[in-house]
Design a protein around this ligand. Structure first.
Ligand code: ZN
Ligand code: ZN
Length: 234
């Protein structure tokens, strides 16, 4: 996949229940590709409704997400760059014609790609706790990238699954806060919250894990440049 849609799928083994955070793009079926991970029915959380996170959600009996996300009636999604740019409100970006860099199988036709809604959706919101027996994750509602973006935080270990709320950035990258459904003021508040939590490790929606120090640096950079109180030198 083009890096834009190369999203992480996190799998956590718990004592009584397993957890899956995000489900990939759905170009290749997740369950039948990795059956050893899904012998027990996991709790499946979709951090938000973008195609690279909810593509495989329909393969599971039920899926958990925030009610402000359009998981029940998702956008169609597209692997054609210009079409996807319109859908996401990314018209200013020049996306490649094809977001697939290789075909998953010889007969695969990317024009047939379409997101499917999961059959059963369970609402989760701020303060809910996901109990895996020996591990417990709290739901944080952190709007900004999208209205119902959520992250999962385990206070005991300082672990955060952040979805697209925060991930590592290179010098010329920025968090996506001007796509359809995004809101900069909400994003500032969400990152103000995150920077105050005792987070040790972040498992983000894209790229490698980051530590708490890097997380706070990304939050501070964003807050400084986007906060309405920031005055730019004239
Ligand atoms: Zn996203
Ligand atoms: Zn993403």
């Amino acid at each position: 996949m083009d890096p834009l849609l190369r999203a992480n799928i996190w799998h956590v083994r718990g004592r009584t229940r397993d957890l899956v955070v995000d489900t990939g793009l759905g170009v290749v079926p997740l369950r039948s590709s990795l059956p050893q991970l899904f012998e027990r029915d996991p709790l499946v959380v979709v951090t938000h409704a973008h195609l690279d996170h909810m593509g495989g959600a329909h393969e599971f009996d039920s899926c958990l997400a925030h009610p402000a996300e359009s998981i029940r009636q998702p956008d169609r999604g597209s692997l054609h760059g210009p079409t996807l740019a319109i859908e996401l409100g990314l018209e200013d970006e020049e996306l490649p014609e094809s977001l697939l860099t290789e075909l998953p199988s010889p007969g695969y036709d990317p024009r047939n790609y379409a997101l499917e809604a999961p059959s059963t959706l369970v609402d989760i919101d701020e303060g809910d706790v996901l109990d895996l027996g020996d591990r417990h994750f709290e739901v944080l509602h952190l709007p900004g990238h999208s209205p119902g973006s959520i992250a999962l935080f385990e206070p005991q270990s300082g672990t955060l699954f952040s979805g697209d709320v925060v991930y590592d950035l290179t010098e010329d990258e920025a968090l996506l806060d001007q796509i359809r459904g995004a809101n900069i003021a909400d994003y500032v508040s969400s990152l103000e919250r995150l920077r105050q939590l005792p987070i040790v490790t972040v498992f983000p929606g894209h790229g490698r894990p980051i530590d708490g120090r890097r997380l706070r640096e990304i939050c501070e950079d964003y807050i400084t440049t986007r906060s309405p109180h920031t005055r730019r030198p004239t």
